[in-house]
Design a protein around this ligand. Structure first.
Ligand SMILES: CC/C=C\C/C=C\C/C=C\C/C=C/C(=O)SCCNC(=O)CCNC(=O)[C@H](O)C(C)(C)COP(=O)(O)OP(=O)(O)OC[C@H]1O[C@@H](n2cnc3c(N)ncnc32)[C@H](O)[C@@H]1OP(=O)(O)O
Length: 476
């Protein structure tokens, strides 16, 4: 650690702007926001080495920053610049990330970046962390992590930001989001990425306990996809990559389907440049952190005053609640309407979640309605105002709509009531260029039924910001 301190003192940042193009090699705007990156690394020895094999279109990115490839601002900046260059290089279709160090893939965020730094530096650092994740998770390349050593915390985030993970079969190596054990909190987008990888329950246990998994245990829960002898990690990654690249269009649809949802959370309801993802990531994190500070986050914040609701227990629940309610400018936590002892958090947590789902019939039963504070916590409270808008009425409609859209041969898009140019996403209330259909690779009539079947559903879910992206715009 002493070395780290010495090194961190040594590095300044030069502030030379390296304005990178915002256009990807597909000629459209990058899915992740492309912040201009500052070249700050004064070190003469690069922390990242990239070799692109032009015959295969596969690049190997080697992290070579001793002692442990910790993710400092300098490291992350260099990492992002390299990633961006590969992203813009049309000849590069696949990326393998590995480490040149023995025993360590990456030790995660550089702890010294979190200590004694100015707010400006902290801001830059966290922006760079987000940027690394956004670029990796939103990459158009097939990405494989060749994990040839331990990969805790931010190292794990980097790994799960890839499409596939191959780890050295060595029980001494560990991987996981262990932040809770360090007394800090994994940001919600770390959590989302983990949930997408191992599922809800495993992620919940993992985050609440801050678990690090040995390589064999990581394989068991699906945190990594494959274990191989240490000397075969890279070659296996290369073999595996050729299979990924053989999948037609893998760089678009199948690749994106699952990621769009997670990334769209970062974009939730943002309509202007001031509402950039990084803006929101900070806001939501601030909220989470505020609620997560042991000793402070009594749940009086959320109306919860019972001591058994310890912070770690709450940490992830509150986050879920925040996300559920996080329609910016509307359903802030204070809007949960939770003000009296009879409305205990546990009462609310499940009610609100269920209500959110129930109420997510866009355009009508909007979440702001959950701000009701009295006996109207009955179903009439759902914002339905007449008997025809009863819950059962809606439940059937929603179910029928889902079924209708799912019947092969019927659920062409016109069926949804969309008939013209409004098939664009702007129709769904998304107003930022980042929410365009090309975002999901879907551009024209050649997209057949089965293709739409899944897309429409995914898009509906993704876009179901109540009051904006409405299903009611479709004809039932
Ligand atoms: C402003 C923000 C405020 C609050 C933020 C709040 C919330 C947001 C939260 C969090 C997200 C955090 C994500 C993270 O990634 S935090 C980092 C977590 N990382 C770890 O816990 C890993 C710790 N390291 C290890 O477990 C081992 O070092 C490792 C298994 C990787 C390798 O073991 P090995 O035995 O090979 O090496 P060591 O002797 O342990 O270490 C060598 C050397 O490296 C230094 N070191 C290790 N890890 C880090 C690190 N993450 N950052 C900086 N430096 C690191 C270690 O101190 C040794 O240094 P020295 O003593 O000088 O030789």
């Amino acid at each position: 650690m002493a070395n780290v301190l010495r090194n961190s003192a040594k590095f300044g940042f030069s502030g030379v702007l390296s304005q990178l193009s915002i256009h990807s090699r597909h000629g459209r705007e990058c899915v992740s926001p492309c912040f201009s990156l500052q070249q700050r690394n004064n070190s003469t020895s690069p922390k990242i080495k990239v070799d692109l094999d032009s015959s295969t279109g596969v690049a190997v990115l080697r992290m070579q920053s001793p002692p442990v490839n910790s993710l400092s601002l300098d490291f992350l900046t260099e990492f992002c610049i390299n990633l961006e260059k590969l992203e813009m290089d049309r000849s590069c279709r696949g990326l393998i990330i590995t480490s040149t160090l023995s025993k360590v893939f990456s030790a995660g965020l550089d702890i010294m970046e979190m200590y004694g730094k100015s707010p400006e530096r902290c801001g830059e650092f966290w922006k760079a962390v987000q940027e690394m994740w956004l670029k990796l998770y939103g990459s158009n390349m097939a990405t494989i992590a060749a994990i040839n050593g331990s990969s805790p915390a931010g190292g794990c985030l980097m790994s799960i930001g890839c499409d596939y993970r191959i780890m050295a079969d060595n029980p001494r190596y560990s991987i996981g989001l262990n932040e809770t054990q360090l007394g800090i909190v994994a940001p919600f987008w770390f959590k989302d990425t983990l949930v997408n990888t191992v599922g809800n329950r495993a992620a919940e246990l993992s985050l609440e306990l801050g678990l690090l998994y040995s390589a064999p245990d990581a394989l068991k829960i699906g945190l990594v996809d494959q274990l191989v002898p240490e000397d075969q990690v890279l070659s296996t990654a290369q073999d595996t990559m050729s299979k990924w690249l053989a999948v037609p269009g893998q760089n678009t649809l199948s690749h994106w389907l699952y990621r769009v949802r997670t990334l769209s959370l970062s974009h939730t309801g943002c309509t202007g440049s001031e509402h950039s993802p990084s803006h929101w990531l900070y806001r939501v994190r601030t909220l989470s952190l505020t609620l997560a500070v042991p000793g402070q986050n009594t749940l009086s914040h959320t109306g919860c005053t019972r001591s058994e609701h310890s912070p770690s227990h709450w940490l992830y629940r509150v986050r879920t609640l925040s996300l559920t309610l996080a329609v910016p400018g509307q359903n802030t936590l204070s809007h949960t309407g939770c003000t009296g002892s009879e409305y205990s958090p546990s009462h609310w947590l499940y009610r609100v979640r269920i209500l959110s789902l129930t109420l997510a019939v866009p355009g009508q039963n909007t979440l702001p309605h959950t701000g009701c504070t009295g006996s109207e916590h009955s179903l009439s409270h759902t914002g339905c105002t007449g008997s025809e808008h009863s819950l059962s009425h809606w439940l059937y409609r929603v179910r029928i709509l889902s079924l209708t859209l799912a019947v092969p041969g019927q659920n062409t898009l016109p069926h949804t009531g969309c008939t013209g140019s409004e098939h664009s996403l702007s129709h769904t209330g998304c107003t930022g260029s980042e929410h365009t259909l090309p975002h999901t690779g879907c551009t024209g009539s050649e997209y057949s039924l089965s293709h739409w079947l899944y897309r429409v559903r995914t898009l509906s879910l993704t876009l179901a910001v109540p009051g904006q992206n409405t299903l009611s715009q479709y004809t039932l």
